[in-house]
Every structure is written in C-alpha cells, then in structure tokens.
Write a protein that binds this ligand. Structure first.
Ligand code: FAQ
Length: 315
C-alpha cells in the first residue's frame, strides 16, 4: 500500500470534510484539528457539569413536587451530557482526569453563563428558556459537525435540551400570567439573564480567533454572530407572547434585513467573567473541586471492587 506524505494526508482529509464525510476516531487527522476538538468538546463537557450548579441550587426549593421532579430530571440530563462529551473527548486520545484537572486549575474554560447567581425561582424559568434556548441554537448545527462522535452525541443532547427549553418557557409563561409579584419575578430574571445569554455565543466574529479555521473544518457551521442573531430573532417574539420586555432600549425590527437590531453587548463584562472574575466563578470551581475530593472514596471503592472481581475471575 502506498504510504501518503503529510501534504497528501492533509489534502485527503480536507477532501473528506468538503464532501461531508465524517471523521472517525481511527482516521488520520491533522494534530491541530484534534487539539481544537479536544479544546471545544472538553470545554463543552465542563460547561454541562458546572451548569448543573446554578439550577441544583433550587432543587430543594422548587415550589411543588412536579416542579421538583422536572428540575431534578433536567439537572440529571446535564450530567449525562457531560458524560457523553467527556467520552467523545477520550475518543481523541485525551485523558479525562487531565481535562477535569484543567478545569479545576482554571486552565480550561467553561461557559461564562454559569458564573451568574440564581436568585429566585424565576431564574429556573429564565435558564431553561434562554440558556438552554441559546445552547440549542448553537448545538443543532453541531449535530452536523465533521467529527462523528461529537456530532452523534449532539443529536441526543439537542433532543433533551429542547425539552429543557420548553420547561423553562412554561415556568416563565406561568409566572408572567400570575400575580403582579410573580410577573415582576419573571421580568427581573429576564433582565438579569438576557445579556449573559447573548454572550454565550462567544465573541463577535471579528474577535473570534478560532472561528475561521473551525468553519473550514466544519466543526462550526455558523459564525458566533450569525447564531446570536438567530437566537435574538426567535426569542423576541417569545417574550412578546408572554408579555415580558427584552431589557434592551436599542432593540428594533429592521424590515429591510428581516432581523432584530440589538444593542451593544458589554464585552468588557464578558472577558472579565471568562478570565475568572464573574460573580460566581470562585464558588463554581470550589464546588467542583470539593465534589472531586468528596467522591474520592467512591472511586477508590469501585476500583478495589473491580480489582477483587478480576482476581476472583482469574482464579
Ligand atoms: N464562555 O474563537 P472563539 C449549555 C472562549 S452548554 C466562556 O469564538 P470557539 C447546556 C473560547 O473557548 C454551553 N468562554 O471560540 C446547559 C475561546 O477560548 P480558548 C456551552 C468562551 O471555540 C444549559 C475564546 O473565548 N456550549 O449551556 C465563551 O470557536 C443549562 C475565543 O472564542 C458549548 O460549549 C463563553 N460563552 O467558539 C447546561 C458549545 N465563548 O478555548 C446546564 C460548544 C467563547 O481559545 C444548564 N462550543 N469563549 O482559550 C462552541 O460552540 C464554541 O466553543 C463557542 C466558542 C461558540 C462557545
């Protein structure tokens, strides 16, 4: 069999991408493609796991049994998403423990949105509606990502996120149609989560160092700004439907382009939160570190049990 040189391997690889043929774990891939995927997928996994914390905060305080059961199931789903994504990262040769250590040391990023506090029950509605809503907008195109294991994980993740989005919207709808105090709670949650939700899509295209190459490799199918615009266009109408006001005095519909024009995002706030200076960054990482330490005995017990079983089996 002819041995291909690096230039030929790269050309064949890009040809596959251009023809929408999925790249699988044992296929040849440029190292930069592998590293980009490890970076993005592990950060995505961290986001799912850290993302359990703001909502986990309300499980014991949900207003009734139905809400508690739904919230519990939703938070569990996020843990599952983290697990599929860590597994997808492992198919690229990354060590799961190392990626988790990178999160705990502050080396790896996770979504800025999870560094904001959840102050009222309405925040559960705002997170489902806006945060899961933004996550779906970004993740549906990832179902067509060029890397097979990531694309396949995203199919199931998106089905679950779409249920999450609806449960959040339903909480907001109930509150917005409830007493004046309940409506105020819903509006307050929208006021606090709107701008951070827009930041979830990442820096604007001119300041996004990874986008161009990731789009060439079909990891990303749309730019950060295009997805943010799609989210705004879809969500403004939903807010109007339940009588809530988007907290943006500059928001207006542009007939010519068919899109909503929205105000300037506070990029200074975004970069501060990403750097670790958001309202809850320290609390979130401390909680994850503590979870790892407290779970050590469970991992050790499982390993000891598995070693004992292996000895018994070989005997
Ligand atoms: N927060 O060049 P780009 C969820 C970083 S899951 C923090 O544009 P890229 C489910 C970025 O990593 C939410 N950092 O980067 C849920 C890069 O830094 P690096 C997570 C951010 O990768 C719901 C630098 O800025 N979703 O919500 C953020 O091409 C409810 C330059 O940016 C995913 O991870 C940010 N918002 O595009 C769970 C989806 N944005 O690594 C619980 C997969 C950017 O070079 C409850 N990821 N950065 O040091 C993606 O689609 C992409 O990675 C983007 C960023 C679009 C996030």
């Amino acid at each position: 069999m002819k041995v291909l040189n690096s230039e030929e391997l790269n050309r064949k690889f890009q040809e596959k991408i251009d023809n929408d043929i999925k790249i699988e774990p044992n296929d040849w891939m440029p190292d930069a493609y592998r590293q980009t995927l490890i970076r993005q997928i592990s950060q995505h996994a961290h986001s799912e796991v850290v993302g359990m914390l703001p909502e986990g905060n309300w499980i014991t305080r949900a207003p009734n049994l139905r809400r508690k059961a739904v919230l519990l199931a939703k938070v569990q789903d996020e843990a599952g998403h983290g697990l599929y994504l860590y597994s997808a990262t492992e198919t690229l040769g990354a060590d799961r423990e190392d990626t988790i250590d990178d999160l705990h040391s502050g080396k790896a990023k996770y979504s800025s949105i999870f560094n904001y506090p959840t102050l009222s029950w309405a925040d559960m509605g705002a997170i489902g509606w806006l945060v899961d809503g933004a996550a779906i907008m970004n993740q549906v195109p990832l179902c067509r990502c060029s890397y097979g294991p990531y694309a396949r994980a995203m199919v199931r993740v998106c089905k679950e996120e779409s249920f999450h989005q609806r449960q959040g919207f339903e909480i907001m709808m109930k509150l917005a149609n409830g007493s004046p105090e309940q409506k105020d709670m819903a509006q307050d949650a929208l006021n606090r989560f709107w701008w951070p939700a827009l930041m979830m899509f990442g820096p604007s295209d001119d300041d996004s160092p990874n986008s161009q190459q990731s789009m060439k490799w079909k990891i990303k199918r749309f730019s950060n700004d295009d997805l943010r615009q799609q989210f705004v266009d879809a969500t403004v109408a939903q807010a109007a439907l339940i009588g809530l006001t988007i907290p943006d005095p500059d928001l207006k519909f542009d007939k010519k382009s068919g899109h909503y024009i929205f105000g300037e995002i506070n990029w200074n706030e975004f970069y501060e939160v990403v750097k670790g200076n958001g309202p809850c960054n320290k609390e979130r990482i401390d909680a994850r570190r503590k979870a790892k330490e407290n779970g050590l005995w469970v991992r050790e017990a499982a390993m000891a049990f598995s070693a004992k079983r292996a000895i018994k089996k070989s005997a």
